[in-house]
Design a protein around this ligand. Structure first.
Ligand code: SF4
Length: 461
């Protein structure tokens, strides 16, 4: 039975009394789903499943491979729709480890949240507005802020080091679609010009010469695609730079391919890195990217535990806010509690999906994101309540309530900044300006939709 409160929001009733909008604990089992339910993996042994090599070899890279795994679980029309999307809209090629496919609901693959963000289908997208007219490749202009190729210096004290441009999995909504992964029929990817050893050395050199930077996100791509010796060859000298006080290693594969992190050589490397960080008094942590509670499984938790036991300060989750994946407060709270309770992972951020081409059906309006932040407050411990943030081009992340103005008809939010970056260092007005972000057109009232339809038309002519 349901009823409405004054704000028009639904309460669930039990008997006469309205219950909380969200009831803890999540109604979800913490188990490794049985992979033999998938026709393609009916004979796969536990030993094979837990082998990183087996997982990488059997990662799904094509529609044909996906069809073979799903077999009769593939619902009518879905494979054709995925095929069409890859040809018409796709910005990322298909690459998904078995561990991740195994988190999907075989009985509802059309609506499954992991399927929706990892393997987009043409019919998932909004028919009129697959892209916002203002969408851009490299929508955050990271390359404009490269101090060295792949080293984004966007904030005063911290940098992002993109060590490589590949991952063990490719997410449909990837912000770095400009750079990461293979070319697709629609997108020719940017390639680093510098050779890897020189590029990495140039990054380290820049950090040695720049004492105002204290914090480095070591990312990609995904650091799980580096050989352990390569990771060590960058991180050890990084830890020796006196001004570096915080290092975070970024890997979605911790969830998507935990088998990688359970290999002896990888564990030994991570352990040596943790010890060096400890000796140098540097805080080291791991950042991962999990978007739905179904992805929190015992193998993921086991890999996290190993990392925490080595003395890493934290494993934190930076999810992406995606419609139909985690855009409901129940889904988001379920995910956060599963991360916290079962995997000891700290819910940290949910980034609004960036304005890259063909991301509209995943994106939420700022208003919706604010509502979501409101609706999750008070359930989790304060230290584990994730912040929903908007990554505003030329500004950086802002909490969704930090906007300074909002045109709700045209869906334009206005933001300010309080520091300069390399691109606006000489701009005397940079801190006075208002920077814009745009809501998905289909969420706007009719007047707003008409405005953007005319805008799109006049920009085409
Ligand atoms: S893991 Fe991160 S970098 Fe790699 S495809 Fe997904 S979102 Fe992009």
């Amino acid at each position: 039975m349901t009823g409405e409160n004054v704000a028009g929001r639904k309460h669930v009733f039990q008997g006469e009394r309205p219950m909380q909008p969200y009831i803890y604990p999540p109604k979800r089992e913490f188990v490794e789903p049985d992979w033999t339910r998938w026709p393609g993996w009916a004979d796969v042994t536990k030993e094979e499943w837990e082998s990183a090599l087996w997982q990488r070899k059997h990662s799904v890279k094509s529609l044909r491979e996906l069809a073979a795994v799903w077999g009769d679980k593939a619902p009518e029309g879905l494979l054709d729709s995925i095929d069409k999307d890859a040809r018409v809209n796709g910005t990322m090629s298909m690459l998904i480890p078995p561990q991740m496919i195994n988190c999907m609901n075989e009985n509802d693959l059309w609506n499954d949240p992991v399927r929706r963000y990892m393997i987009p289908a043409f019919d998932d997208r909004h028919p009129e507005w697959p892209s916002h007219p203002k969408a851009e490749r490299d929508s955050l202009h990271e390359a404009d802020m490269w101090a060295v190729e792949g080293l984004t210096h966007r904030y005063p004290t911290k940098v992002l080091a993109e060590l490589l441009a590949t991952c063990p999995q490719y997410c449909g909504h990837c912000t770095r679609m400009d750079l990461v992964g293979n070319d697709t029929p629609n997108i020719k990817k940017y390639r680093f010009n510098m050779k890897q050893p020189e590029r990495w050395e140039a990054m380290l050199d820049y950090l040695r010469r720049t004492p105002t930077v204290r914090d480095v996100v070591v990312s990609g791509g995904d650091v799980a695609n580096l050989a352990p010796s390569q990771l060590e060859s960058f991180v050890m000298p990084l830890l020796d730079i006196p001004n570096i006080r915080d290092v975070r290693l970024a890997t979605k594969a911790l969830q998507a391919l935990p088998q990688h992190f359970l290999q002896d050589e990888v564990l030994a490397t991570l352990d040596r890195i943790a010890k060096r960080a400890h000796e140098r008094g540097v805080e080291i942590a791991v950042h991962t990217h999990v978007n739905h509670a179904s992805q929190v499984t015992p193998l993921f938790a086991k890999a996290v535990r190993k990392i925490l036991d080595m003395g890493y300060r934290d494993v934190r989750n930076q999810g992406v806010l995606l419609r139909g994946v985690n855009s409901d407060s129940h889904d988001m709270l379920d995910l956060c509690f599963m991360l916290l309770d079962c995997a000891k992972v700290m819910p940290y951020y949910f980034y609004m999906c960036d304005m890259i081409p063909n991301s509209e059906h995943w994106r939420l309006s700022v208003r919706e994101a604010q509502r979501l932040q409101h609706d999750i407050m008070g359930y989790l411990p304060g230290f584990a309540t994730p912040r929903v943030v908007c990554d505003v081009p030329f500004v950086g992340k802002r909490w969704v309530h930090q906007l300074v103005d909002y045109d709700k008809v045209r869906g334009i939010s206005y933001w300010t900044k309080n520091y300069k970056t390399v691109v606006d260092m000489d701009d005397a007005d940079a801190l006075e300006k208002r920077y814009t972000f745009y809501d998905p057109v289909y969420t706007l009232p009719e007047d707003g939709q008409r405005y953007w339809a005319e805008y799109a038309k006049s920009n085409k002519e």
